[in-house]
Design a protein. Structure first.
Length: 435
């Protein structure tokens, strides 16, 4: 059977209330005591709970409506469960019959209580929040001013009141809005993250504080993702010959305390490419509208550690040979995993390399490590059947992914840069001749 839930008596001397928020939707199942709307009087705001349980068939009110006691709020189809729920709560039976109690604003005299049904009383008593729990609740302002602020999207806690005892006037809100419009616009950077849902609704959860490395990584990635329009360009290099050379010279480098891996070789090749394509060794100064070209080449290498991602830097990589880079990389990666890196060993990179090929994968999009403008991602080199013009032959192909800041670098430049890197891997003589 359909029932109408109407506006209860909200307090003596209160003729009308303004609807601030409608908290339910048509089709929703409400329970007795569940807040269905938030209303505001001159002195207070309260959430009004339903005294009827069931499925909402119709909503008679809207935000901004002015309501008086007895006005219809909802038409509710009472279900079987609803019938049970409308039964008076045990503890309300002994409660004195009082009206839904407004929570007075600071300094406002308490309202006299008026008669209302016991179920209304119990529900409202438990649900009416103190005004101080709501944002802006303690700010002295009339409902009209509050409504206007809400409509134009102004947070009244940020407005300075010029009325008696700091009360907000309409002009205060308008001035504040004008001031905001004249000031800098909010950017993706300043937008607050939306609140998380209550995951416990779906199952058990546990919480763990983020480590410092994780927090810093999150901050850096977040900033880079929001502020850099980035594109990933993919290519691959035939490293069959390089692999052969690598195995041949592996022992010599190992004796010297290094590991002749593809990462060490790539650091050298990337450093040479950065000399040849200085745009990739730059930073953008958006404040001063400048491009800063660095005359030094420092290559950061992403290292996977038990603490998370660390990026030690091989300084002046363009001036070092592959052997000394291999030794330095081995040392930096080992100390990164043992928590022995000094902060300055992770600073000053002009370009980064992230090699996930030791783990696996056919390709990925690394994120530019701001304030750099490009990063090279490397996936797993694999033997593939390659057409040589007469037949297929097995070749080891290394997938390369270059993510670049499209504000400074165009797609064609990125394609040329990565092709040069690929050719240097394919034909190590390129390094000797041009690197
Ligand atoms: N394709 C195929 N094999 C590869 C490879 C690739 N792209 N890269 C490395 N390998 C092989 C190496 O040759 C080595 O094999 P051998 O032991 O037979 O020689 C093995 O994988 C392990 O290499 P490694 O990891 O010890 O050495 P590396 O110099 O290649 O890499 C480092 C060093 C620090 C880059 C790597 O250890 C690492 O931490 N990688 C993860 C980087 C990362 O997390 N990136 C993501 C950042 S964004 O979230």
């Amino acid at each position: 059977m359909a029932q109408t839930f109407s506006v209860p008596q909200l307090g003596e001397g209160v003729d009308a209330v303004d609807v601030v928020t409608v908290l339910v939707e048509v089709g929703e199942t409400v329970e007795v005591g569940q807040p269905v709307m938030e209303v505001e009087t001159d002195k207070a705001s309260v959430e009004v709970p339903s005294t009827v349980a069931g499925v909402i068939e119709k909503i008679h009110i809207d935000v901004g409506d002015s309501l008086t006691a007895g006005d219809p709020v909802l038409t509710i189809e009472e279900g079987e469960a609803a019938q049970n729920e409308t039964a008076e709560p045990e503890d309300s039976k002994s409660a004195p019959a009082t009206a839904p109690k407004e929570v007075p604003e600071e300094g406002a005299p308490p309202e006299e209580e008026a008669a209302a049904s016991p179920s209304q009383t119990a529900a409202v008593r438990s649900l009416a929040r103190p005004k101080s729990a709501q944002p802006g609740a303690n700010v002295p302002a009339s409902p009209t001013v509050r409504r206007f602020a809400r409509e134009v999207g102004i947070d009244i806690t940020q407005v300075t009141g010029t009325g008696p005892e700091g009360r907000l006037t309409l002009d205060d809100v308008k001035d504040h809005a004008r001031h905001l419009l004249e000031g800098p616009r909010p950017t993706a950077d300043t937008l607050p993250a939306p609140p998380l849902p209550d995951f416990s609704k779906w199952g058990e959860t546990e919480e763990e504080a983020m480590s410092k490395v994780r927090r810093l990584t999150a901050e850096r990635m977040d900033r880079a993702w929001r502020t850099i329009p980035q594109v990933t360009h993919n290519d691959s290099a035939d490293v069959t010959e390089l692999d052969r050379l690598r195995k041949r010279f592996k022992g010599t480098v190992e004796e010297a305390g290094g590991k002749l891996t593809v990462t060490a070789i790539l650091v050298k090749i990337a450093a040479s490419a950065l000399r040849r394509f200085p745009e990739f060794n730059s930073s953008i100064d958006t404040q001063r509208q400048l491009v800063i070209r660095k005359k030094f080449v420092n290559v950061g290498v992403a290292v996977d550690t038990p603490r998370g991602l660390l990026v030690p830097v091989i300084k002046d990589a363009d001036t070092k040979n592959v052997k000394s880079i291999a030794i330095e990389l081995n040392d930096l990666a080992t100390r990164a995993r043992e928590r022995k890196l000094m902060p300055e060993e992770m600073q000053g990179a002009t370009f980064s390399i992230s090699n996930l090929g030791g783990i696996g994968g056919t390709g990925f999009s690394p994120i530019v490590n701001w304030p750099e403008v490009a990063i090279l991602g490397v996936s797993r080199g694999q033997v593939q059947a390659s057409w040589n013009g007469e037949g297929f032959e097995p070749r080891t192909m290394l997938p390369l992914s270059l993510t670049y800041d499209h504000r400074l670098i165009d797609g064609a430049q990125a394609a040329r840069f990565l092709r040069w890197v690929a050719e240097a891997l394919e034909e190590p003589m390129v390094l000797v001749l041009e690197g």
